[in-house]
Design a protein around this ligand. Structure first.
Ligand code: PMP
Length: 379
C-alpha cells in the first residue's frame, strides 16, 4: 500500500496498489468447476488412475518425499530420458536427444515460457480462430501483440497452407501457434500446412509452435508434427500429460524442439520450477504408458461412436481427432447447455455461435449425454 499525506489534514491517505491498466476489470480464465455426475466440459480423461498406478504413485511420491529437503533436479534428466523413450513408441520418431526436451507445469506453462523467450514488446504472435481460449492470455501476459486469421468454414474448420502463409506474410509474427488437433474444433493439421508455416517463419526468424495437447487421440494414419522436427530448427511441438495420460491434476506438459530453443526457455524459467513430486509422478505414469494408452484407444472408439450418433441425429459436426466433439445445435445453444446441465451433464459453450463442445467421457457418461441431448435439443 502506498501512503500519502492528505492535503486537508495530516491523516495519511492510503492508496491501494495500482494494477496494470490492461488488466483492470478482467476476469481470470477458467471453465466452471461444478459437482455434476457427468463433467464433460474441459476435455479431461474420464478414467482415474488404476489401483496399480495409484499404488505406484503413492510409493514414488513417498520416495520423493524423503528428498524434499533438497531442491529437485533442475534439469530433470531422468524424466527427459523417459519422455524420449515414450515418444519413440508413440510417434515412431527416432529418440529425441535429452536436450531437445523440456518439461513444465502443464503445457500452459510451456507456452508461457515460449512466449517469454520469443515474444515480448514489439513482437506479435499469430493463431487461427477458433482457437484455444488461453492463447491470447499468453500474449497479453508477455506484452506480445496478438493477431489472428480465420480457419476455413464450418463444419470442417480446415486450415490450409495458403491461409497460413498469407497471414504470416501479412504480420511477420515472432510466434505462430498452430494446434493439432485443434481445440475447440478437433481438426488435425496436414503436415503440408506445418511445413509451409515452418518455412514461412524461417524466412524472418520466427518460431512455429504446434500444440499437440490432444496428439495421442489422432486417428490412425494422421502423423504428428514431431516427425518434422529434424528438418525445421524453428519448430516446437508441445504435448501434455493432462489428457492421454489422465494426469490433469498433476500439471505436466512438455515440448520437443531444437536444443537452441530449449536453451532459450531455460533462461526464462524459474529455478526448480518442476518439483521433485511432479517429476516422480510423471515418471511413474510413463512407466504405465501401455495401460494408459489402451484407454486412449477406448476413448477414440467412444469418440467415433458419439460422432456417428450425433451425425445420425442430424447435427453438423467438425471431424474430430481429439477427445471432444464440436457440434451444431438445432436450438439456442445457451438453452441447450442449460438443459443438459439440469440433467447432470456439463459441457462447454465455446466455438462459433450455435455450436457446443462435448468432451468424450466414459461409455456411461456418453450415454447420459446422448439421452440428455434428446430432451435438451429436440429436432
Ligand atoms: N493446449 C490446448 C489446445 C488445450 O486445450 C489445453 C488444455 N485444455 C492446453 C494446451 C493446456 O493444457 P495443460 O496445461 O493441462 O497441459
Amino acid at each position: 500500500m502506498g501512503v500519502m499525506p492528505s492535503a486537508a489534514s495530516d491523516a495519511p491517505l492510503t492508496i491501494g496498489p495500482t494494477v496494470r491498466d490492461d488488466l483492470v476489470g478482467l476476469e481470470p480464465y477458467g471453465a466452471p468447476q461444478l459437482d455434476v455426475p457427468h463433467p464433460l466440459n474441459v476435455n479431461e480423461n474420464p478414467f482415474p488412475p488404476s489401483d496399480a498406478l495409484a499404488a505406484d504413485l503413492g510409493r514414488a511420491v513417498e520416495a520423493a518425499a524423503r528428498g524434499l529437503n533438497r531442491y529437485p533436479d533442475r534439469e530433470f534428466h531422468d524424466l527427459r530420458a523417459d519422455l524420449a523413450k515414450y515418444l519413440v513408441v508413440e510417434s515412431g520418431i527416432p529418440a529425441p536427444p535429452e536436450d531437445s526436451i523440456w518439461v513444465a507445469n502443464g503445457s500452459n506453462e510451456i507456452m508461457q515460457q515460449l512466449f517469454q523467450a520469443f515474444g515480448g514488446p514489439g513482437r506479435s504472435a499469430l493463431s487461427f480462430t477458433p482457437h484455444y481460449s488461453m492463447y491470447p492470455e499468453y500474449a497479453r501476459d508477455t506484452f506480445t501483440a496478438w493477431v489472428t486469421a480465420a480457419r476455413g468454414p464450418a463444419p470442417d474448420f480446415a486450415l490450409d497452407a495458403r491461409t497460413v502463409t498469407a497471414a504470416i506474410a501479412a504480420h511477420r509474427p515472432a510466434i505462430v501457434l498452430l494446434t493439432s488437433p485443434n481445440n475447440p474444433t478437433g481438426t488435425a493439421l496436414d503436415l503440408d500446412v506445418v511445413r509451409a508455416a515452418a518455412a514461412a517463419q524461417a524466412r524472418h526468424g520466427g518460431l512455429l509452435i504446434v500444440d499437440e495437447a490432444y496428439g495421442e487421440f489422432r486417428r490412425d494414419g494422421v502423423p504428428s508434427a514431431l516427425t518434422l522436427l529434424p528438418e525445421h530448427p524453428g519448430l516446437v511441438v508441445t504435448r501434455t500429460m493432462s489428457k492421454a495420460f489422465a494426469l490433469a491434476g498433476a500439471r505436466i506438459g512438455y515440448l520437443v524442439a531444437d536444443p537452441a530453443i530449449v536453451d532459450a526457455v531455460r533462461i526464462v524459467r524459474l529455478p526448480y520450477h518442476l518439483s521433485g513430486i511432479t517429476q516422480a509422478v510423471a515418471r511413474t505414469a510413463l512407466a504405465h504408458g501401455t495401460e494408459l494408452l489402451s484407454q486412449v484407444a477406448l476413448l477414440r472408439d467412444e469418440r467415433d461412436a458419439l460422432a456417428a450418433d450425433l451425425a445420425a441425429r442430424g447435427h453438423d459436426l467438425a471431424p474430430s481427432d481429439a477427445n471432444f466433439i464440436l457440434f451444431r445445435t438445432f436450438t439456442d445453444r445457451q438453452a441447450v447447455f442449460e438443459r443438459l446441465l439440469e440433467r447432470g451433464v456439463l459441457i462447454r459453450v465455446v466455438g462459433p455461435e450455435g455450436w457446443l463442445r462435448v468432451s468424450v467421457g466414459t461409455p456411461d457418461d456418453n450415454l447420459a449425454f446422448r439421452r440428455a441431448l434428446e430432451e435438451a435439443d429436440p429436432r
